[in-house]
Design a protein around this ligand. Structure first.
Ligand code: PLP
Length: 467
């Protein structure tokens, strides 16, 4: 298996090189040259596997044996050892047609841990094997940063810098990032919003001399390994369902920001998981809902919501979807992305809109509906949703729930992470100990302006350079 770019100007590379490259050097996103097909028989044979063994099977289709099986197995075992649920990602049944896949039992209580715990270990593995310093750079709307830092703190050969929007992440998210005292961690708190942070990261990765000098590595969902790690739980959820419930296929509702999680589902579907509908849930920052329902991809005014990890306008993984939408035609993708850059929007024809709607449906959840959903599921099922997971459930009700098949709504964060919203409806929760103890720890971060030059200077003082 080789990996190529959505813009067609990266020579095919192997798994580890793809992992290290992150964003394609031509500005595109990396995708596999072909998507492996998992047959129904193979799926059936996997139905009794543990999460870790299932991941090993899925990854083995992509790694070209570049990582010996016993090493890959150990990397996977280590990555999920810190998850508090024995199933790693438990599937909770609310009723026969609605299930919640809880993705938040990792060290930082958000679904980002599922992929990033693994990526942190993989970076450490590659650093050791290749005797390299790994300098990681990432932007976060809150959860990625905490999770990425947790995955590499104190690890030999790795430096990590995370940009977050100053004052626009939840209190717990901020503490999870800034109370880490390891010297290989730098938190930059940017006076701007998440899109500003992401834009700066994109520019730094596109600055080839800078990127090459520091061997910059990505942790954002521009990295295909992250997408792949997330696709495993679509297999897992499907296989965890009782056979009679999954006989007609399965639908997923996915709280969406950067389009990474839902793209992982799209990939799992292409590989052969019998997925019927992928429901894309957005909050009031609904560019992706307008793309799917109206065929207009155009950022509008930024809004702060109860689900800050979804407060995103420009979704980095959108281009991956566009690539498949354009029939894997890199020239067509490049043209559309150029047009988007020049005109600030992309318009799709009505014929194209119906094609898009065959791949996914969408629903945007207002702040009010989000809180109402938390309240009503607490009342009806005594189940406490965090605001992101509530968007998934609200979208299941609003856009999904039409055809056959079981429904799985993805729960992407633990409610304790977003207590600010939960408190608005008068629900009091007890924090897990790992969250409670954060409040007493000292914080460490540097506040910077929304300016590439100032941020580059910070990085130059922090990153290490090898030969
Ligand atoms: C990151 C995140 C999302 C959005 O996921 P994408 O892959 O960016 O679409 C949703 N919910 C939570 C809690 C998150 O941390």
């Amino acid at each position: 298996m080789k990996y190529i770019s959505t813009r067609g100007k990266v020579a095919p590379i192997g798994f580890i090189d793809m992992f290290l490259m992150g964003l394609g050097e031509d500005g595109g996103l990396i995708v596999p040259e072909t998507i492996p097909n998992v047959t129904a028989d193979q799926l059936k044979a996997w139905s009794k596997l543990s999460y870790q063994d299932l991941m090993l099977e899925v990854f083995s289709l992509f790694t070209n044996d570049e990582i010996p099986e016993q090493d890959l197995r150990k990397l996977i075992q280590d990555s999920y050892a810190g998850f508090t649920s024995p199933d790693v990602l438990p599937l909770t049944t609310l009723n026969d047609s609605l299930h919640v896949l809880e993705l938040f039992h990792g060290p930082t209580f958000a679904f980002k841990d599922v992929a990033l715990q693994f990526m942190g270990n993989l970076y450490a593995y590659v650093a050791k094997k290749q005797n390299k310093v790994i300098n990681i750079l990432g932007a976060t709307s809150g959860d990625t940063g905490a999770s990425a830092i947790s995955s590499v703190r104190g690890k030999e050969g790795i430096q990590i810098c995370i940009l977050h929007p100053n004052g626009k992440v939840s209190r717990v998210q901020e503490l999870q990032m800034t109370t880490v005292q390891d010297d290989n961690v730098l938190n930059l708190s940017v006076n701007g919003n998440f899109d500003d942070c992401q834009q700066i990261i994109k520019e730094l990765f596109a600055d080839i001399p800078f990127k090459t000098k520091y061997h910059l590595r990505a942790i954002n969902s521009i990295n295909f390994v992250r997408i792949l790690a997330q696709s495993v739980y679509y297999f897992y959820a499907y296989l965890q369902l009782p056979e009679k419930l999954r006989a007609d296929g399965v639908n997923f509702s996915i709280p969406t920001g950067n389009f990474g999680n839902i793209f992982s589902g799209y990939l799992a579907k292409k590989m052969g998981v019998p997925i019927k509908q992928l429901v894309l849930a957005t909050n009031e920052n609904n560019i992706l809902e307008r793309f799917i329902n109206e065929g207009v991809y155009k950022p509008e005014g930024f809004r702060s919501t109860h689900s800050p990890s979804m407060d995103i306008q420009i979704a980095s993984n959108f281009e991956r979807y566009l690539y498949y939408f354009c029939g894997e035609d890199a020239i067509a993708v490049s043209e559309r992305m150029e047009r988007f850059k020049a005109e600030g929007q992309l318009i799709f024809t009505s014929e194209e809109i119906s094609r898009i709607q065959q791949d996914m449906t969408a629903y945007s959840v207002s702040n009010e509906e989000c809180l109402e959903t938390i309240q009503s599921y607490k009342n009806e099922f005594d189940y406490l949703l965090d605001p992101h997971s509530a968007c998934g459930i609200a979208a299941y009700k609003g856009a999904g729930n039409k055809g056959d098949g079981a429904f799985v709504s993805l729960a992407t964060a633990h409610p304790a992470k977003f207590d600010e919203a939960i408190r608005l409806i008068g629900i009091e929760q007890t924090f897990p100990e790992r969250i409670q103890e954060l409040f007493d720890k000292p914080q460490r971060q540097v506040v910077v302006e929304n300016a590439k030059a100032e941020i580059a200077t910070q990085l130059e003082g922090f990153y290490r350079v090898t030969q």
